[in-house]
Design a protein around this ligand. Structure first.
Ligand SMILES: [Zn+2]
Length: 67
């Protein structure tokens, strides 16, 4: 399972980094985002990519050395 989540915890189904509610609140223009928001989105994206890699290669968590 590879689920993308918004910074608020909501599952995102569209190809964007925020849910509709947060998108309406913070806007689609990243250059206008606050620093904490940029940081949180980047952090979630990293987690999402990592999850995608795990799903793809089916590597046991123990072999990744992160647990
Ligand atoms: Zn959200």
């Amino acid at each position: 399972m590879n689920i993308k989540r918004c910074i608020c915890g909501k599952v995102i189904t569209r190809n964007f980094d925020l849910c509709d509610k947060c998108l309406a609140e913070y806007g689609a223009d990243r250059s206008k985002w606050d620093e904490w928001l940029v940081f949180m989105v980047a952090d979630l994206k990293r987690e999402y990519r990592q999850q995608a890699i795990i799903d793809e290669r089916e590597i046991p968590f123990s072999e990744l050395g992160i647990y």
